[in-house]
Design a protein around this ligand. Structure first.
Ligand code: CA
Length: 236
């Protein structure tokens, strides 16, 4: 469906011509024939663009521009008569985005409308790109225990835990293999690396430290359980 365009024009013949041609181009057209109606229709219809005649009964185009600028960011294409040319600069300063001097060809008007809408769309897209959120946070949750991979943070019941770097790496490795029995050697190799020479006691020590932080009762662990003669298993 085409963009909605509000045409504000007090000459009935010109208004009809504009409405006919814009509708034929696929735009949704709404109209107003005086200044007050222009404000009312603009507020109600929220058009994508306004074609605004400068000299109107009620409020003139300058006034309408000034008021609408404070309410919405709709692009405004001002129509001026040849003898109003002195007002062009003023019109642009009042917030019209472009202007066209009567008489103008319909082709010229359509080209200006397309250009304005394209410009607005580009600005909107750039803005949308700027506001695009960062990738959703990657986290593993096990009940009240949450491992936030994006922030390298572990929270228990909503409160961040203070973990040493290797405690964090160990917990993450265990959690990623939830339910699987992991031998001390495998854990050592995968968490500490091939070249680590500290021995498998390192794993036991870190598991004990971790339990003190993540277990409700470290003496009777339910999250990181010992599998006798094999290693450890993360239960969640
Ligand atoms: Ca007029």
């Amino acid at each position: 469906m085409g963009d909605k365009i509000l045409i504000v024009e007090d000459e009935p013949t010109l208004l009809d011509t504009l409405e006919y041609n814009l509708t034929r181009e696929g735009y949704l057209v709404c109209t107003a024939a005086d200044g007050w109606a222009a404000l009312e229709v603009a507020r109600r219809e929220r058009p994508a663009l306004i074609v605004l005649d400068l000299m109107l009964p009620g409020l003139d185009g300058f006034e309408i521009c000034r008021i609408l600028r404070q309410e919405m960011s709709v692009p405004i294409l001002m129509l001026t008569a040849r003898d109003e040319e002195v007002d062009k600069v003023v019109g642009l300063e009042m917030g019209a985005d472009d202007y066209l001097t009567k008489p103008f060809s319909m082709r010229e008007l359509l080209a200006r409308i397309k250009a304005l809408l394209r410009r607005v769309r580009l600005v909107r897209e750039e803005k949308a790109n700027d506001e695009e959120p960062v990738a959703p946070r990657e986290q593993l949750a096990f009940g009240d225990l949450v491992i936030d991979l994006t922030r390298r943070e572990v929270r228990l019941q909503g409160r961040p835990l203070t973990l040493r770097p290797m405690e964090y790496e160990l917990l993450l490795f265990l959690a990623r293999h939830r339910g699987t029995v992991l031998t001390r050697d495998l854990i050592l190799e995968r968490v500490w690396g091939w070249d680590y020479t500290g021995g498998s006691r390192t794993v036991d020590v870190h598991v004990r430290w971790l339990r003190e932080k993540v277990e409700a009762d470290p003496a009777h662990p339910t999250r990181i359980v010992t599998v006798r003669g094999a290693g450890y298993r993360f239960e969640g």
